[in-house]
Design a protein around this ligand. Structure first.
Ligand SMILES: Cc1cc2nc3c(=O)[nH]c(=O)nc-3n(C[C@H](O)[C@H](O)[C@H](O)COP(=O)(O)OP(=O)(O)OC[C@H]3O[C@@H](n4cnc5c(N)ncnc54)[C@H](O)[C@@H]3O)c2cc1C
Length: 580
């Protein structure tokens, strides 16, 4: 069996993260950096050896579904419950919750590596632990101290699981359509009434619900104003059942082990987290967290498919030799590997930046900083928050799209057996298909990213990237590659100018645009990787040469379509409506 704590993960843990900078900001100059990083590694090593063991059971029981319970809940299939119990016994749940509530307070990168490993073994199990961590993080950020003391230790002990309840029949991508109602009961206490659908792990004890405030219900309808984030528990404090129940479980194409629930709220008692009417902002934190979580889920799943395809191609012989020796097959496998590494580069780079920002926020709360240090940290925090706001939808978009393609390629490598339900790659592909949809579809990620670009995030990000490239070019062997990446970035700038002269056209082309941005960022990160590990220079060179050619093509498509593309699509759409 493969070692889940891969060399690429270790490269980041050991070399590519500036832990002294992050940890000193986070915990102060006295921090024992070596000890902390050693602890991260030991958590991940323990997790890797445990989680690897879940893979076989997960695949054997892939089709097993969650079930409704008599008391209005839902229970995961036995293999998921058993794996969760093993994680819980080992203390491997809610890893990023602060130590004062019983967690490890782990950086997001380390938590992301953990989720990636869980997903590699079982993407359905990852839904359970990922949502649990995300819900706990939101409660830690927005809950009162009383709530945190009451709830978070029960998350870190594994007793409580969490879920996020946003979607309604009429409110999918557009959460302005939310109709679930929140009525004040005094203080932060509210009553919740409404129906949510497609809620993952909806049998969990703790629901974070986005609901519309009763007193501004009519005037806020159709917008994301007037929404509050409510924590609703399945059981009241006295142990009686609260007014919510799972009324239906969806049957799906994949991730069968993850319960996808319709949840009905009828007079459910809850407590508001954060300010009244500002729930969308609070939920965005949870969603951004979850988007990076889904990107980790996609990467873990892609690694599983890549591993299976490589092993099969080395063993399967046709025409007297392993199919891995056929140039076309080898080329498919090489492309799969480069694309998975590209996702890793983008995602780990984003996690690093998120951790640096969290460390800065922690530093700003301390009293031992001079005014000058405070101002400097605040400025860096604002600049890098802009970068994270752009990078997060890019990660979700890119990781999930690559995972779809990669698992499909894995099926092709396996030939006929890849299409049978006996093959694991078919299961992995079926599991991957939802990832471009939940936590905001690919189209929604592209439009979010475009909006950030429109607000100036691209300039902030590329200023930084160009500074990094200048430093990398100090090594003369890298100068030519750096020059190519800079040319790619200039093409992005030109394309952005063209796009923003016409907003509907910009939306139409947003996927092309963000792919060009991703290509530049990944190229830069690959060059950093190659500086730390010379073996990775082929990755950087391959990516840069391929993307440089594609960026020329994409920028031409963007520039040439401005005059007639929207009209042509309209005519083609009309043709479609009359021809079927
Ligand atoms: C297995 C599963 C698990 C889920 N888990 C959860 C969960 O835990 N919690 C939760 O709240 N929800 C969950 N969801 C719901 C999920 O987040 C939504 O399905 C998703 O956001 C899309 O909403 P929709 O299905 O209503 O599609 P729609 O919003 O109707 O979109 C349909 C299509 O139109 C496109 N589209 C819509 N608007 C635009 C636009 N402005 N620009 C471009 N394209 C657009 C979309 O990209 C998509 O291709 C889950 C769904 C599934 C299937």
């Amino acid at each position: 069996m493969a070692n889940y704590l891969t060399p690429a993960m270790s490269l980041y843990l050991d070399q590519l993260v500036d832990w002294p900078q992050i940890l000193k900001l986070w915990r102060g100059d006295e921090v024992d950096v070596e000890g902390e990083v050693g602890a991260f590694r030991s958590v991940l090593e323990t997790a890797a050896s445990l989680v690897e063991g879940f893979q076989d059971e997960a695949r054997r029981h892939w089709a097993d579904e969650a079930e409704l319970t008599a008391d209005g809940g839902a229970v995961s299939p036995p293999h998921i419950c058993a794996a969760y119990e093993r994680l819980r016994e080992s203390g491997l749940v809610s890893l990023s919750v602060s130590e004062c509530y019983g967690g490890f307070g782990l950086p997001t990168l380390v938590n992301g590596l953990f989720l990636e490993m869980v997903s590699r073994a079982d993407p359905s199990l990852m839904m359970v632990v990922g949502l649990q961590t995300g819900a706990a993080a939101d409660i830690e950020k927005y809950g009162s101290e009383e709530i945190k003391q009451a709830v978070l230790p029960r998350f870190t002990s594994g007793e409580f699981q969490g879920c996020m309840d946003l979607t309604e029949p009429q409110a999918g991508s557009d959460l302005g359509g939310i109709q679930t109602r929140s009525t004040d009961l005094g203080g932060d206490r509210v009553r919740v009434d409404g129906q949510k659908i497609y809620i993952s792990n909806g049998g969990a004890e703790v629901h974070l619900v986005l609901a519309r405030d009763d007193d501004s219900y009519e005037e806020s309808k159709g917008t994301t104003n007037g929404l509050s984030l409510i924590m609703v528990k399945r059981h009241r404090d006295d142990g009686t059942l609260n007014g919510l129940r799972v009324t239906r479980l969806e049957r799906k194409l994949g991730i069968h082990g993850s319960a996808t629930c319709e949840v009905l709220f009828e007079g459910a008692e809850g407590v508001r987290l954060g300010a009244k009417g500002h729930g969308f902002r609070a939920m965005l934190d949870l969603m951004n967290n979850a988007r990076l979580g889904v990107a980790s889920q996609a990467l873990g799943l892609a690694e599983a498919a890549l591993h299976d395809a490589v092993v099969y191609a080395q063993q399967r012989e046709q025409f007297g030799k392993p199919i891995a020796e056929q140039p076309m097959v080898r080329s498919i496998l090489a492309k799969m590997s480069v694309n998975a590494e590209a996702v890793r580069a983008l995602l780990y780079r984003t996690y690093k930046l998120v951790d640096l920002n969290l460390a800065r926020e922690a530093a700003l709360k301390r009293t031992d900083l001079s005014e000058m240090e405070r101002v400097e940290i605040q400025e860096e925090l604002e600049r890098d928050s802009t970068r994270v706001r752009l990078l997060t939808p890019l990660c979700k978009y890119f990781a999930t799209e690559v995972c779809d393609d990669l698992t499909r390629d894995a099926m092709q490598v396996l030939g006929g057996i890849g299409y049978t339900m006996d093959s694991d790659v078919a299961k992995l592909h079926a599991d991957s298909l939802i990832m471009t949809v939940y936590e905001g579809t690919s189209e929604i990620q592209a439009s979010f990213a475009l909006r950030e670009i429109g607000k100036g995030a691209l300039n902030v990000m590329f200023d930084h990237v160009r500074g990094e490239l200048d430093e990398i070019a100090a090594d003369p062997t890298r100068a030519e590659l750096v020059e190519t990446v800079k040319e790619m970035s200039e093409r992005v700038d030109i394309a952005a100018k063209v796009l923003f002269s016409d907003i509907p056209y910009a939306l139409l082309r947003s996927k092309l645009m963000i792919q060009m941005v991703i290509d530049v960022v990944v190229a830069t990160e690959f060059l950093h990787q190659a500086a730390a590990d010379e073996n990775r220079i082929d990755l950087a060179a391959d990516w840069i040469h391929r993307c440089a050619m594609e960026s020329e093509h994409m920028s031409k498509r963007i520039e040439s379509g401005l005059d007639d593309r929207i009209d042509r699509d309209m005519r083609l759409f009309e043709l479609a409506t009359t021809s079927v």
